[in-house]
Design a protein around this ligand. Structure first.
Ligand SMILES: [Zn+2]
Length: 389
């Protein structure tokens, strides 16, 4: 059942939400997460979508992630539920993408393939994989809302955060996280969704979907668009109309690493969450922020990415009864994909985080740039500046 939210306790029940609001976070979490299970949303068709030989957005990315997870023993762990998703109800997807555009993906796939741009193309499985990825996201958030699972990692391909209303772009076709966020707001009684996108590339499609909404706070942490595709995500992109202030972009300097991201969470992202008070946290995770990624120039280590996940989980516990779902976007170094995916799952499952020894030291000038960027953001981001004044 995907057309409406399956639940209950948190949906459509204002009287109950008032009484829940009087409880502390710990008791909310305890009451909601009876099973303490994490959903890993995965389907074999995600590995059948392939764009061209040698393309960095390859099926091997998911195979490597699953190998790391399997080798750690989690596929047999009762705290993990391996969820095989089904295709999205297309009415949900039509709210985010035009029907004629979606039909064009279907048509190209049925013909065996076709191109949108030089680096973004379709094969015979792309349409099926894309609508199942979107369906997996909807099912994941529905199950979290219903208390059937604690949280979720949608380990999917193709990724989604660059996909626009009527345009495939940057290896993306259907914006999975946007479909899920819209579903939460339209069908589940959720009023405030915080999307944290820490893929190295700016999530232009997600930002544009909710640019005039004050129900979705989009926070993008990415490499500065002057130095990386898609060339957007600048600090002056803040939303429009009622959505003004509900888009916040931190365009990080190339080389920004663990300390820069730690500062960003302490001084911008956590204060934003305290003001916005999200009811559900969605994460676009891209392991291309890792220093070994071949397409980007950021400087995070695996332990730095794990730190980000811990900070996000803390926000989810503090504000949203830990209602938290991760959606895979990019990441093109296979080891980084494997290590990062394993660590995301471990954070969600509340098990010890496997430590990896990759090292990277960001420069002092990079840290100074980040500090200046944060200071400017605290003064100019409408939600933050109203509080600071
Ligand atoms: Zn990316």
């Amino acid at each position: 059942m995907f057309g409406t939210c399956v639940l209950s306790i948190n949906c459509h029940t204002s009287n109950l939400s008032v009484s829940i609001g009087q409880l502390n976070e710990a008791s909310m979490l305890k009451g909601r997460n009876k099973s303490l299970v994490t959903d890993l949303v995965y389907h074999e068709v995600f590995t059948k979508h392939e764009m061209s030989f040698g393309h960095p957005e390859s099926p091997e990315r998911l195979r490597t992630a699953m190998t790391y997870i399997k080798n750690a023993g989690y596929l047999e762990d009762s705290r993990l539920n391996l969820l095989t998703p089904v295709p999205a109800n297309m009415d949900e997807v039509y709210k985010i993408h035009g029907k004629s555009y979606l039909d064009s993906i279907k048509e190209k796939s049925s013909r065996g393939g076709g191109f949108y741009t030089l680096d973004t193309s379709v094969n015979a499985y792309t349409y099926e994989a894309a609508i199942i990825a979107a369906g997996g996201g909807i099912e994941a958030v529905d199950r979290i809302m219903a208390g059937k699972t604690s949280n979720a990692f949608v380990l999917c391909r193709p990724p989604g955060h660059h996909a626009e209303y009527d345009r495939a772009f940057g290896f993306c076709f259907i914006n999975n996280i946007a479909v899920a966020a819209n579903h939460l707001i339209q069908n589940c009684g959720i009023s405030r969704v915080m999307i944290i996108d820490y893929d190295a590339h700016h999530g232009n499609g997600t930002q544009n979907t909710f640019y005039s909404s004050n129900q979705v706070l989009y926070v993008g942490l990415h490499q500065d668009g002057r130095t990386l595709f898609p060339g957007s995500g600048f600090p002056d992109e803040m939303g429009t109309g009622p959505g003004f202030g509900y888009t916040v972009n931190l365009a990080m300097y190339p080389g920004a690493g663990d300390l820069s991201y730690e500062l960003a969470f302490t001084d911008v992202i956590e204060p934003l969450a305290d003001i916005f008070k999200p009811e559900f946290i969605l994460v676009s995770v891209g392991f291309d922020c890792h220093h070994q990624d071949p397409l980007t120039s950021l400087g995070l280590t695996t332990s730095g990415i794990a730190m980000i996940n811990t900070r996000i989980k803390k926000i989810a516990v503090t504000h949203a009864s830990e209602k938290l779902a991760y959606f895979l976007e990019g990441g093109y170094n296979l080891d980084s994909m494997g290590m990062g995916s394993l660590n995301v799952l471990e954070e969600l499952m509340r098990v010890p985080i496997t430590e990896f020894s990759d090292l990277y030291t960001e420069s002092a000038s990079c840290i100074e740039y980040t500090k200046a960027l944060i200071e400017r953001t605290r003064k100019t981001a409408p939600l933050l500046s109203e509080v600071i004044e």
